[in-house]
Ligand binder design. Structure first.
Ligand code: PNW
Length: 438
């Protein structure tokens, strides 16, 4: 039953991609981040300290990608991928103290780019995906201190200088919302701070850090490539569109998720839903932020519904992933893309992450297959119906990897990684993706 349903949907997708490929291109890529896969990291990052202090499962050798990167890129290519979103580890580039560059770390990413070139895979490179060097956290307090903007600018310049001729797509910061809420608000992610004011300050300085770096990149490398950001947001759906309370709360939740970081990137100001909570931008900051992205990266996984009492709930019919927060709600990606087009216009969009967690030994990952094919299909439908400018969809994640506070207990990979010998085995989801890409 399941399999038949899955196949029918895939045939639909192949048909739709075929239609699109005539005029525009739409690709499916895959995505990872440095700390979650590399292992063998020198120095100490905020996640090393956080997992140790909270007694959480440590990253250990991750997937040992540091040593197995050639094999991984070869496999990625064999599975048909031509686009790969990855990140560079700040802690690997500057492991021990400010201003001291680790040449071995610099060389590692040159090696990766060399290998990707061999297989004609285009890298999309995230500058910051959560592994801040711990000495920066200890010295200035991380993202809630304005000095972080200068540190981040300096680090980014090192990357542009080294890789600016080779990398054409840069993503400044991964999920500033998650860092603000979980890292500085609830303290469930590194650096584990619980403070309402720091929650909003850390968001503020992430936005300013992005804006300064994007501006610098455009002035110095602008002809060579493009720069964007990866914004995460859930979708919030009113259960009853005639219920005013539910409609207005759903809209305000979307603004507090998506709008918190996206309004400033387009309009140079926060949405009104955050009045009184966030600091103000100065005039020059507003000008710097306004239209500070060449493309919009969207990390989208799940949706919630808002009932007539204004409560945020889930529909019991939605299939739940291994992660407690993640439900399979395909119409949500359609609705959030339509919302983005409506509010922010025709900017090129990449889905920089979307995926489904399961126990990491599930090779026949039927729930992930169902999730991915429906999310991709809804994306294609939205392009078709609304002319939303979506150019690609990066599946999170290429490999089973370190899922932050949850350790290795919930994994998103389309490729299984054995935790003892690091052997890789493509899951059925990877094989299905391959079958229609090749
Ligand atoms: C993203 N939530 O994190 C990250 O960019 C990835 O590194 C991560 O592995 C992936 O999504 C899967 O979790 C999120 O609680 C973490 O809603 C938490 C949430 C969403 C995304």
């Amino acid at each position: 039953m399941h399999i038949k349903f899955g196949l029918a949907l895939w045939l639909n997708i192949i048909g739709l991609i075929f239609c699109f490929s005539e005029e525009e291109s739409f690709f499916i890529g895959t995505s990872t981040s440095a700390y979650q896969i590399e292992g063998s990291q020198p120095g100490v990052s905020i996640w090393d300290r956080f997992t140790e202090e909270r007694n959480l499962q440590p990253v250990g050798n991750a997937t040992n990608h540091y040593h197995l990167y050639k094999e991984d890129i070869k496999l990625m290519s064999a599975l048909g991928f031509k686009h790969y979103r990855m990140s560079i580890s700040w802690t690997r580039i500057m492991p021990y103290r400010w201003g001291e560059i680790n040449q071995e770390g610099i060389q590692f990413y040159h090696n990766i780019f060399d290998e990707l070139l061999v297989f004609n895979i285009t890298p999309f490179v995230t500058i910051y995906h959560w592994e801040l060097p711990d000495y920066i956290q200890q010295e200035i307090g991380g993202w809630s201190d304005p000095r972080i903007v200068g540190y981040y600018m300096n680090y980014s310049k090192v990357l542009f200088n080294e890789y600016g001729e080779r990398v054409k797509y840069w993503i400044t910061i991964n999920e500033p919302l998650t860092t603000s809420i979980q890292g500085y608000g609830t303290g469930t992610f590194a650096p584990g701070i619980r403070s309402v004011s720091e929650q909003y300050l850390s968001g503020h300085y992430q936005l300013l850090a992005h804006a300064h770096v994007a501006n610098y990149y455009r002035l110095t490398y602008g002809e060579k490539g493009s720069i964007g950001i990866a914004i995460n947001s859930n979708w919030y759906e009113p259960v009853d569109i005639d219920n005013e309370r539910s409609v207005s709360i759903a809209k305000s939740e979307v603004m507090k998720n998506l709008g918190w970081f996206t309004d400033p990137l387009f309009f140079g100001r926060y949405p009104k839903e955050l009045d009184g909570l966030v600091p103000e931008f100065t005039l020059s900051e507003r000008i710097l932020l306004e239209n500070s992205i060449d493309f919009f990266g969207l990390n989208h996984y799940t949706s919630y519904q808002v009932n007539s009492q204004g409560e945020i709930t889930v529909d019991h019919k939605w299939v739940q992933a291994q992660s407690t927060w993640l439900f399979d709600v395909p119409f949500g990606i359609y609705n959030i893309l339509a919302f983005i087009k409506d509010r922010y216009g025709d900017i090129p969009i990449y889905i920089t992450e979307s995926g489904f967690s399961m126990k990491n030994d599930t090779i026949n990952d039927i729930d992930r297959i169902n999730y991915l094919n429906k999310y991709i299909l809804e994306t294609l439908k939205c392009i078709d119906d609304k002319q939303v400018n979506v150019k690609g969809f990066f599946v999170w994640s290429f490999l089973d990897n370190f899922e932050w506070s949850s350790g290795y207990n919930e994994t998103f990979g389309i490729v299984y990684v054995n935790r003892t010998d690091f052997q890789r085995i493509p899951k059925n989801s990877a094989l299905i993706l391959r079958d229609y890409m090749i």
